[in-house]
Ligand binder design. Structure first.
Ligand SMILES: [Zn+2]
Length: 206
């Protein structure tokens, strides 16, 4: 089935890119310090705190934060701490955005979506983004996606997540190889047997 084969190829390519060496980013150390201040680890180490800093051609830079698990700090608290760790570009708490956790996107992809707004902005050389992730580490899918668009980020973990949702198309990649399911635009394709493929209607695309 062509669609599934192409989707698996995309996933494999994306994960392969995660191994690429990437420009370290000017703000990652400070963003990590900022995230560590607010991060609350749970027993299993499943909590993630992701902090991104976005740069725009005609607007002030911003900090976009996503917290999974712990109670969310206020913008004002993040603002004060950002100044303390030397992120002086943030001069108003209105330059800070805190994302909820309901989109199905990994935190890093929710930040990419919030900063870039649309897919074609990813190639805009006047825009920039760096993301520090505290907790489990960046998954190979997010890392590969960010490597593709030159978004500096902190260390990648080796194990992939079972679900990954594309921040702009909503395409949903689930599993790997024989257990692979791909969904897009309300349609779902599941691997069934020997590349027979199966078409199911009604997938709730991310
Ligand atoms: Zn991820």
């Amino acid at each position: 089935m062509k669609i599934l084969e192409k989707a698996i190829e995309k996933q494999t390519t994306r994960r392969g890119r995660a191994a690429q060496a990437l420009h370290q980013g000017e703000y990652l150390v400070r963003l990590t310090a900022l995230g560590q201040y607010f991060h609350v680890a749970d027993e299993k180490g499943n909590n993630t705190t992701a902090i991104g800093m976005g740069f725009f051609p005609t607007a002030d830079p911003c900090i976009v934060a996503a917290f999974k698990g712990p109670p969310q700090p206020t913008k004002e608290a993040i603002f004060l701490r950002a100044r303390e760790v030397g992120i002086e570009e943030i001069v108003l708490s209105s330059q800070i955005e805190i994302l909820g956790n309901t989109s199905g996107l990994h935190s890093e992809m929710a930040i990419v979506q919030a900063v870039y707004g649309s897919k074609n902005q990813l190639r805009n050389p006047e825009m920039g983004l760096e993301i520090a992730c505290i907790g489990k580490g960046v998954c190979p899918d997010c890392s590969g996606y960010m490597a593709k668009y030159g978004i500096p980020h902190t260390a990648t973990r080796s194990n992939a997540a079972s679900d990954w949702v594309h921040p702009f198309t909503g395409a949903h990649f689930h599993g790997t190889d024989k257990n692979f399911t791909y969904g897009k635009a309300g349609r779902s394709f599941a691997h069934a047997g020997d590349w027979g493929g199966e078409y199911k209607k009604g997938w709730a695309a991310g």
